[in-house]
Design a protein around this ligand. Structure first.
Ligand SMILES: Nc1ncnc2c1ncn2[C@@H]1O[C@H](COP(=O)(O)OP(=O)(O)OP(=O)(O)O)[C@@H](O)[C@H]1O
Ligand SMILES: [Mg+2]
Length: 253
């Protein structure tokens, strides 16, 4: 008898996804998948649809054609209640941070726990402080409002909020944006650590090569709305594909 294990379906799968805004076709038959515990990085020029891809994965956008599957379900076809259940499994770091202006740093990070769990306020406070420590936010900033902190800090608070429920799937939109190299390195280590410790499945949209080398199992190069290349980081960065070389430039960092 064969003892081969059945192959588990991918956690995230895009099948021939097409998406246009007016006459502008952004995704044009995009296909890729991410298996459980894997991290896929997405690279591509500005405006090619990287953020649009992440929005499809959480049902904030609906494909014009093709299918988006997350844990075997199509987010854009779920009823609000079913979508809410799926979203509980997903942490989303928005490109712009997307902190809620009228909530303090602490309350922004606490929000997913208050909405999705029955933890006591004391338990919530402990988890929130632990995550804020991990993203290197100093204690004196815990009670500041988003308008009182820098762009790089907002990004890190957004990251703490995306990770606070320890979700099975995490979507990171440019986690390194606005961070200096030292903080950046610690954030990348944190992303990797979360993947290893929790077996998280993730997509990371990122420009920085150092980040991708630390966190990604594979890298997808998005070009003209399709996956132009998808390779492990080592092969990806040494590829002689002309479009990729042109995009990366002579000294990719
Ligand atoms: N809600 C929307 N309505 C109309 N056009 C949109 C919308 N969202 C995105 N677009 C367009 O789709 C294209 C892709 O946008 P997207 O934000 O995904 O780019 P990106 O690859 O993430 O770029 P960047 O690297 O600058 O973040 C852009 O031309 C953008 O203007
Ligand atoms: Mg973007």
């Amino acid at each position: 008898m064969s003892s081969t294990k059945p192959i588990e379906p991918p956690v995230i799968r895009f099948e021939e996804v097409v998406k246009s805004f007016g006459t502008q076709r952004v995704l044009d038959g995009l296909t890729f998948e991410v298996r459980r515990g894997q991290c896929l990085a997405i690279m591509g020029p500005s405006g090619t649809g990287k953020s649009v891809i992440l929005r499809h994965a959480v049902g904030l956008m609906k494909p014009d054609a093709g299918r988006v599957l997350v844990e075997g379900q199509e987010p854009s076809k779920l009823k609000p209640r079913e979508l809410a259940v799926l979203r509980k499994k997903i942490g989303f770091l928005f490109q712009e941070g997307a902190l809620i202006n009228w909530l303090s740093v602490r309350d922004n990070v606490a929000l997913p726990l208050r909405e999705n769990t029955r933890l006591s306020e004391a338990e919530i406070a402990t988890k929130v402080e632990e995550k804020l420590d991990l993203v290197r936010i100093a204690k004196q900033s815990f009670d500041k409002m988003p308008s009182q902190i820098s762009g790089g800090m907002k990004k890190r608070v957004g990251l703490a909020r995306a990770l606070v429920t320890e979700p099975e799937i995490v979507l990171y939109d440019e986690p390194n944006a606005g961070l200096d190299p030292e903080i950046s390195a610690s954030i990348n280590d944190l992303i990797r650590e979360v993947q290893v410790r929790l077996g998280t499945t993730s997509i990371v949209v990122e420009h920085r090569v150092a980040c991708i080398k630390t966190v990604a199992d594979e890298v997808l190069f998005l070009e003209k709305g399709r996956a132009h290349l998808q390779l492990p980081p080592k092969e990806f960065f040494s590829s002689s594909d002309p479009r990729l070389r042109q995009f990366l430039g002579p000294n990719p960092d």
